[in-house]
Ligand binder design. Structure first.
Ligand code: C2E
Ligand code: MG
Ligand code: MG
Length: 768
């Protein structure tokens, strides 16, 4: 039997052997003809009917076997089990066995019965010849070989022995080696054939698996021999280079594949030689991995595995998506999303590289730019328009890059510019003027014309001493100064600014402490009727006497308190104190309190005030609240709602410093106002400049139209007073002419003095 009949491979081999038996129809037919002709010839020679019957039997056996073969053809063999193969093998072997037995019997009959030399010679030789060929065909089964040999030889041996002739018996013995040789030949052929068929099958299976693996790889592959010629190329590689299966690449050099790729547009022509060069390096072993750019958006990563003399295996992967993603991530990490300008960290990297390369002895500068009232743009036009403005400014800034400036957006409306080549302060001045001229001006955003001002602070240093972080701090200080100075578009850092900054930082610490401990005090500045005979009320003004620095002006510390975000605490203290003081004042005098922008952004102020009025039992009509235009503008809607609520409770709402802020008269009627406090800038040179008076009268007329009471601030001289009186420009006057801010006690005394019927106005000197 065939070895290891259980394995699928052995089963397949066995089936192929059995199938080969059933295919030898021509041999079978030739054998049958030879047997029948021989047997019939013997019959004619010796006239023994046995041979005729034998011929007929041989023919019938052939016929049955032939039919069996046709039946085998019709059977579906794909699902053949081993048992089916064995069944068909048995049927075939049975046919062979019967044929061999018949031939053996004919030979035996010739030797024993006929004893005719022609019959003996012909039958024995045909039997032996057939036996060898039959056995040869049936080598698949050891048992079958033995049975067939015995079936053919035994009758001959029996016939030879039964002839009772010594030589014949010797012949019978000589058949034994023939039997053994035939058997061992069959065995050897079977082993050999089985091994070679199995090996062929195994090789085919391995080749098939290799092919499947190769063609299903996600990587492309070229296997090159020692001469750099292609031995194997997989499907992925063909797909990438757009090379059909029909194009034979075996034996061609790698460049040939590249050329085909270039012809099909996979490789940009200008990249061809660079790519060949890169791949040559891989093939000759000087590199083992390389990233190859095929065209603008396509990147392949090649790896090489060297096989010594045998050549090299190149695998590659399309990494375009990864490279694009990496580029995107890098872009996101380095550039500001909105404007596309370098962000803070990338800016720092570029700048440090530039500084490292700068010529020793040269100067560098750093400018910090800030859009004036950007919050106002955001609040009034919305954040989308705000973003568009930032992008438009970035575009103008980018145009400055031609001067080798490095521009960047640090966030919000803060832009930073690095100026690498500045020769001196004058040069810096020219550069900064160019920057300001480029950026300041009119922008069209969503169809609206916007005039945009930009304030900048700039700091300069010799490149050897420069530290970018320090320059940034200094430029920030200079920017603060530029904003403070208001009219100046840019400001260069000076050492005093640093001192101012340190001072401010110190003041902030102390301020926090002072407000927490309620160390601030209040002074009151009276508001007089224009003739100066009567006090209508007073403005409460905060005062801070620093334990070391002495009195600090509110113009200095109020902005700091606002900056620190603790102005609400200060207001709370002022409200409490002022309401308490006013409750002790005689008559209907009011007290006026300044509210800051932050107070108007939080509804809590309403309850703070209501609570104070309640506790001190002061009528709301005796409390006046002053708001500035800029304070209103921060969040106009909320501020209006809060003011409307306070006014509805009965309080007086006044707009303070009118004419200094946005000076937009258009919103005057939209606000819940009772009073306008005209800023002292309208009064300062009223007597010298006739236009000032016209302006004042204009504002006064408009306010009167809107039924607003008018307080004129900052009246200092008799002449100013006279003009105001003559032109009927005020309902109340607040100024040094009648009274400077004074402590609560002094104010009460003054008010009482004036209330006495005999008292007439002898005030300026007394009040100051
Ligand atoms: P303001 O509300 O406009 O107050 C009037 C300022 O003008 C006061 O300055 C006052 O001393 C000054 N003044 C009054 N009459 C004259 C005059 O005839 N000539 C000149 N040259 N000045 C005059 P002060 O007290 O230094 O206050 C400055 C600003 O600080 C105030 O301007 C106000 O905006 C703010 N402020 C003061 N106290 C408070 C407070 O308690 N809370 C808030 N939020 N702000 C306050
Ligand atoms: Mg005021
Ligand atoms: Mg004022």
């Amino acid at each position: 039997m065939l070895p290891a009949g259980n394995s699928r491979l052995a089963d397949d081999v066995r089936l192929s052997f059995v199938a080969s038996l059933y295919q030898q129809r021509g041999t079978l037919f030739a054998g049958m003809v030879a047997h029948v002709v021989t047997t019939v010839a013997i019959y004619f020679r010796i006239d023994d009917p046995f041979y005729l019957y034998a011929a007929f039997a041989l023919f019938v056996v052939w016929l049955i076997r032939n039919l069996d073969m046709m039946a085998f053809d019709r059977v579906e063999k794909a699902d053949f089990k081993l048992a089916d193969t064995l069944r068909w093998e048995r049927r075939y072997v049975t046919g062979s066995f019967v044929t061999c037995s018949l031939l053996g019997t004919i030979s035996g009959h010739a030797l024993v019965v006929s004893q005719d030399s022609f019959a003996e010679l012909v039958s024995v030789s045909v039997t032996l010849a057939s036996m060898i060929s039959v056995v040869g065909r049936n080598f698949g089964s050891k048992l079958n070989v033995d049975m067939l040999v015995l079936a053919a030889c035994l009758p001959i041996m029996a016939g030879l022995i039964m002839a009772s002739d010594l030589y014949m018996s010797l012949m019978a013995l000589l058949l034994l080696p023939l039997f053994l040789t035939t058997r061992s030949m069959a065995n050897a052929v079977r082993e050999f054939l089985f091994n070679s068929v199995t090996a062929e099958r195994t090789t085919a299976e391995i080749a098939d698996r290799f092919d499947t693996a190769l063609n299903n790889m996600s990587h492309g592959l070229f296997m090159l021999n020692g001469e750099g010629r292609i031995q194997v190329v997989n499907r992925k590689a063909r797909e990438f280079f757009h090379i059909d299966e029909q194009v034979n690449l075996t034996g061609r050099v790698l460049k040939a594949a590249l050329r085909l790729g270039a012809r099909r547009g996979i490789i940009a022509r200008e990249n061809f030689s660079e790519i060949s060069h890169q791949l040559e390096k891989l093939v000759d072993g000087s590199e083992s991995r390389t990233l190859v750019r095929f065209d603008k958006s396509s990147w392949l990563e090649f790896s090489a595995r060297h096989r010594g003399e045998k050549g090299v295996v190149l695998t590659f992967e399309d990494v375009s998506a990864r490279i694009q993603a990496e580029k995107r991530i890098l872009r996101m990490a380095r550039f500001d999303n909105l404007t596309g300008l370098p962000n803070r960290s990338w800016f720092k990297e570029i700048v440090s590289t530039k500084m490292a390369r700068a010529k020793p002895g040269s100067h560098i500068a750093l400018a910090v730019l800030d859009i004036d009232d950007f919050k106002h743009v955001n609040d009034t036009m919305g954040h989308v328009s705000g973003d568009k403005l930032l992008s438009a400014i970035a575009t103008r800034l980018r145009s400055l890059s031609r001067h080798k400036f490095v521009v960047s957006r640090f966030g919000g409306d803060e832009f930073v510019v690095f100026l690498p080549l500045v020769s001196d302060t004058d040069d810096l001045g020219r550069i900064m003027d160019t920057v300001s001229d480029t950026l300041c001006g009119t922008y069209i955003i969503d169809g609206h014309k916007l005039f945009v001002g930009i304030s900048s602070g700039v700091a300069m240093a010799p490149v050897e001493d420069a530290k970018i972080e320090d320059l940034h701090i200094q430029a920030d200080l200079a920017l603060y100064e530029a904003k403070r100075r208001d009219k100046e578009r840019w400001c260069q850092f000076e050492n005093t600014m640093d001192q101012d900054y340190q001072q401010r930082q110190r003041l902030k610490v102390d301020l926090r402490e002072a407000i927490r401990n309620n160390e601030m005090s209040l002074v009151y500045q009276p508001m007089f009727t224009p003739d100066g005979t009567r006090i209508a009320g007073a403005e409460a003004l905060s005062r801070w006497c620093h334990r070391e620095l002495g009195p600090v002006s509110p113009a200095v510390y109020i902005p700091l308190v606002e900056e620190m975000g603790i102005v609400g605490d200060l207001t709370r203290n002022v409200v409490e104190q002022a309401v308490c003081d006013c409750a002790g004042w005689s008559g209907s005098q009011f007290v006026s309190i300044n509210l800051s922008a932050r107070d108007l952004a939080d509804r809590e102020i309403v309850s703070v005030i209501a609570d104070a009025l309640d506790r001190h039992n002061l009528a709301p009509e005796r409390l006046q609240l002053e708001v500035t235009e800029s304070g209103l503008m921060d969040d106009l809607e909320t501020a209006c709602e809060i003011l409307a609520e306070l006014r509805a409770m009965g309080m007086i709402i006044a707009i303070d410093d009118f004419g200094t802020g946005y000076s937009s008269l258009s919103y005057l009627d939209k606000l819940p106002l009772n009073k306008v406090k005209i800023d002292r800038s309208f009064v300062s040179n009223l007597t010298e400049d006739p236009r000032k008076l016209k302006l004042l009268r204009g504002v006064v007329n408009l306010s009167r139209e809107l039924e607003l009471d008018i307080v004129v601030e900052g009246v200092e001289t008799e002449d100013q007073l006279k003009l105001i009186q003559e032109n009927d420009c005020a309902d109340l006057i607040q100024g040094y002419i009648f009274g400077a801010p004074m402590p609560a006690g002094a104010y009460v005394e003054l008010a009482q003095r004036l209330a006495r019927p005999t008292m007439s106005r002898s005030l300026p000197a007394a009040a100051k």
